[in-house]
Design a protein around this ligand. Structure first.
Ligand SMILES: Nc1ncnc2c1ncn2[C@@H]1O[C@H](COP(=O)(O)OP(=O)(O)OP(=O)(O)O)[C@@H](O)[C@H]1O
Ligand SMILES: O=C(O)C[C@H](Cc1nc2cc(Cl)cc(Cl)c2[nH]1)c1ccc(Cl)cc1
Length: 324
């Protein structure tokens, strides 16, 4: 019928009603259901546009990809990885949520949470550095979001301030999952694997597929340069680089070109500015370790004195963001 032509797609939405019974309803969304507004930004293969759902008047960010361009640049795999990964990570306040996908003859559409306050990177560039309180707050939110990803068998592999967006409450929304690594999920304790694609309940198993992807130079861990597989600890390395950068304004490994940046990473050639707080120095130096198995885990980082006065869990996502 008409919605098929309109490039709509059927989405099954599960919602528990008052007494906990799960109701499923099918929602058909397509281009015609949205009013498109301002362009939020452009990627190499995408344009992200603010859009309003004409029925609910809710605002979204819609990422539009040109099919011909995707095919020509051989990015079909990345687009489908982004869709599958976002479907797996459907329910965390610190991760950009994917509501619908659909296509028409020319484009693919991802209907995502709108993060109206741009990239954490832009805020950092404007302010130069963040103070301890802000770094603890944004660092804690990043840890919570990455911990959720890892629990759901997703390794981001390209964490950086440009991929950390800010929502209307200046809380983070991690984005850009097209280069994520999805671990296969084995049977969970009650013997069932995830029933549906969007809420897999299971235990991720490390499968050591070789890497074809390397992230952004300044945040790449050494194991990706000596061609070993990326694991959860690769994201931990990137968290170390980000915490360092929030506090002193530049990433720990930065040279005039990528090759020299890679050399510094492999040689672990970095130093702390004199004013770098000792407790932050202790944490970062336990993340930027060449041996991935030596790096702290998410839980160990949350327990580190640097985050002593941060309350993790739901409060982290309802408390007021500190003034930047
Ligand atoms: N959910 C969102 N809300 C608001 N702005 C967004 C959202 N997603 C992306 N943007 C902005 O749109 C621009 C393009 O984002 P997109 O993820 O499509 O490409 P990219 O990953 O930034 O670029 P590339 O594909 O080259 O890596 C970016 O500047 C980003 O800040
Ligand atoms: O998995 C699905 O639901 C169906 C499709 C899969 C899909 N169809 C495609 C067509 C083209 Cl031309 C390119 C890509 Cl990457 C394509 N990916 C789809 C539709 C929309 C979006 Cl945003 C992603 C994938």
């Amino acid at each position: 019928d008409d919605w098929a032509e309109r490039g709509a797609a059927v989405h099954v939405q599960r919602e528990a009603d008052a007494n906990g019974n799960v109701q499923t309803k099918t929602i058909k969304k397509g281009v015609k259901d949205f009013t498109f507004g301002r362009i939020l930004g452009e990627g190499s293969f995408s344009t992200v546009v603010a859009a309003t759902d004409r029925q609910t008047l809710r605002e979204y960010a819609i990422k539009i990809l040109d099919k011909r361009h995707i095919i020509k640049e051989k990015k079909v795999k990345y687009v489908n990885i982004e869709k599958n990964t976002l479907n797996r990570l459907g329910d965390h306040p610190g991760i950009v949520r994917l509501y619908y996908t659909f296509q028409d003859e020319r484009s693919l559409y991802f209907v995502l949470d709108l993060a109206p306050n741009g990239e954490l990177f832009s805020v950092l560039k404007k302010l130069g550095t963040l103070n301890m309180e802000c770094t603890q707050y944004y660092g804690a939110q990043l840890l919570d979001a990455v911990g959720y990803m890892h629990d759901h068998g997703v390794i981001h592999r390209d964490l950086k301030p440009e991929n950390i967006l800010l929502d209307e409450n200046m809380r983070i929304k991690v984005t850009d999952f097209g280069t994520a690594k999805l671990l296969s999920m084995q049977k969970s304790v009650n013997g069932t694997t995830g029933a549906s694609s969007d809420n897999i309940s299971g235990i991720p198993i490390e499968d050591d597929r070789s890497n074809s992807f390397v992230g952004t130079a300044e945040y790449v861990p050494p194991e990706l340069l000596t061609d070993k597989a990326a694991g959860r600890s690769s994201d931990i390395w990137a968290i170390g680089c980000i915490l360092y950068q929030l506090l002193c304004g530049k990433p720990p490994f930065k040279a005039s070109n990528e090759y020299q940046t890679f050399q510094k990473i492999i040689k672990l050639e970095y130093s702390f500015p004199a004013l770098f707080s000792p407790v932050a120095r202790d944490l970062v130096s336990h993340l930027l370790l060449t041996d991935p198995s030596k790096r702290l885990t998410i839980e160990q980082i949350k327990a580190h004195p640097f985050f002593a006065d941060v309350e993790f869990g739901p409060a982290l996502w309802s408390r007021k963001s500190p003034r930047l």
